[in-house]
Ligand binder design. Structure first.
Ligand code: NAD
Ligand code: IPM
Ligand code: MN
Length: 360
């Protein structure tokens, strides 16, 4: 089969990690008889520098016309990049929000799995790492604080900034359904994370998720407050199967969960619309501190490409081949610097990509 993929390398390490994911896709294509064609799209800082905006209408249209999108990352050094003085809607990250909204990508799946080979890279005590960790965060991606009304203005002579956290019941219902459907294929547990002891939006969240749960009697639903969840993730991560939560809580908790797996360089993600369309990107950012040094771990992006094969193209066997190759590379002791430990062989980003391709 032929697939047309819009590729957005973006900024920082984006081009390096995306190149490795494309190499992996090409290897899969050769082995299984598929062809992947790529259309490169600018987004983020690179688009601001070239076109004056973080995402042009043409770029969004190209992404829309593709079968799926592969993204590296966007952005620069936090607080110091050359786009710092731009208003929020013109910054690199605004491109990412615009493409998520523009493509209707409401469901962000972030699977966090601790490979037994990486127990040494997990910063938690040995007994916690030994208990294992295999969860998926189902993060709402097109609502909440990220997309609510916001403004900065002077009120009675005092500079005041407002961000609005808004959800309607339909937005909550569709992400809850997604979470329960995923749970049915896993260990049948959903933990819904919110702040319903304080926020109206969380009280509605709680109510709608509880209603949806009635259609999934086999699945156990637990409600957990977000502050407790942040604590439980490092105390007893094995208790988590599926976590469903709103946009910003999901952003924060997924970075925390990533570290339980050894490194944020391991955390893949799929951002899905209704139907088969999706955008696939690592959960981490542009890592400007290591950009251009062949040091980035490309595994998160490569595993995201595997999710593309599975969710958008229905190529389960091909996705499994990529996941098995990642497993094999770790068994063989090959590590990038972020997951390095004693006695292992350290490689760069490009070499890690090559080693995974060799094992497909
Ligand atoms: P970051 O994820 O880019 O980096 C945090 C730390 O993790 C850094 O030390 C970095 O070197 C390390 N790291 C990240 N990915 C890695 C990888 N694949 N291999 C090895 N180490 C890795 O987060 P940040 O520093 O907060 O943000 C940097 C920029 O990226 C900001 O402009 C931010 O807005 C942007 N960002 C973009 C995305 C995205 O495009 N999806 C996500 C998060 C942050
Ligand atoms: C992520 C990132 C983005 C987010 C930023 C860059 C807008 O942190 O994908 O996790 O907060 O969603
Ligand atoms: Mn994030």
């Amino acid at each position: 089969m032929d697939f047309n993929i819009a590729v957005i390398p973006g900024d920082g390490i984006g081009p390096e990690i995306v190149a490795e994911a494309q190499k992996v896709l090409d290897t899969v294509g050769k082995k299984f008889g598929h062809s992947f064609s790529y259309t490169e799209v600018d987004m983020g800082g690179v688009s601001i520098d070239k076109h004056g905006v973080p995402l042009t209408d043409e770029a969004l249209a190209t992404a829309k016309a593709s079968d799926a999108v592969l993204l590296g990352a966007v952005g620069g050094v936090v607080g110091k990049d050359s786009w710092y003085d731009l208003p929020p809607h013109l910054r690199p990250e605004a491109g990412l929000l615009a493409i998520r909204k523009g493509l209707g990508l409401f469901a962000n799946l972030r699977p966090a799995y601790l490979y037994k080979e990486l127990k040494g890279a997990c910063p938690l005590k040995e007994s916690v790492a030994d208990a294992g960790f295999d969860m998926i965060i189902v993060r709402e991606l097109t609502g909440g604080l990220y997309f609510g009304e916001r403004k900065t203005e002077e009120v009675n002579g005092v500079m005041t900034a407002i961000d609005t956290l808004k959800y309607d019941e339909n937005e909550i219902r569709r992400i809850a359904i997604k979470a329960f459907e995923i749970a049915m294929k896993r260990r049948k547990s959903v933990i819904s994370v919110d702040k319903s002891n304080v926020l109206d939006s969380s009280r509605l969240w709680d109510k709608v998720v509880t209603e949806v749960a009635k259609d999934y009697p086999e699945v156990t639903l637990t409600h957990m407050l977000v502050d407790n969840c942040a604590m439980q993730l490092v105390k007893d991560p094995a208790q988590f199967d599926v976590v469903v939560t709103e946009n910003m809580f999901g952003d924060i908790l997924s970075d925390e969960a990533s570290m339980v797996t050894g490194s944020i360089g391991m955390l893949s993600s799929a951002s899905l619309a209704e139907g088969k369309f999706g955008l696939y990107e690592p959960s981490h950012g542009a890592a400007p501190d290591i950009a251009g040094q062949n040091k980035a771990n490309p595994i998160a992006t490569i595993l995201s490409a595997a999710m593309m094969l599975r969710y958008s193209f229905d190529l389960d066997e091909e996705a499994k081949a990529v996941e098995d190759a990642v497993q094999k590379v770790l068994e063989d002791g090959i590590r990038t610097i972020d997951i390095m430990s004693d006695g292992m062989q350290m490689v760069g980003c490009k070499e890690m990509g090559d080693c995974i391709c060799e094992r497909i």
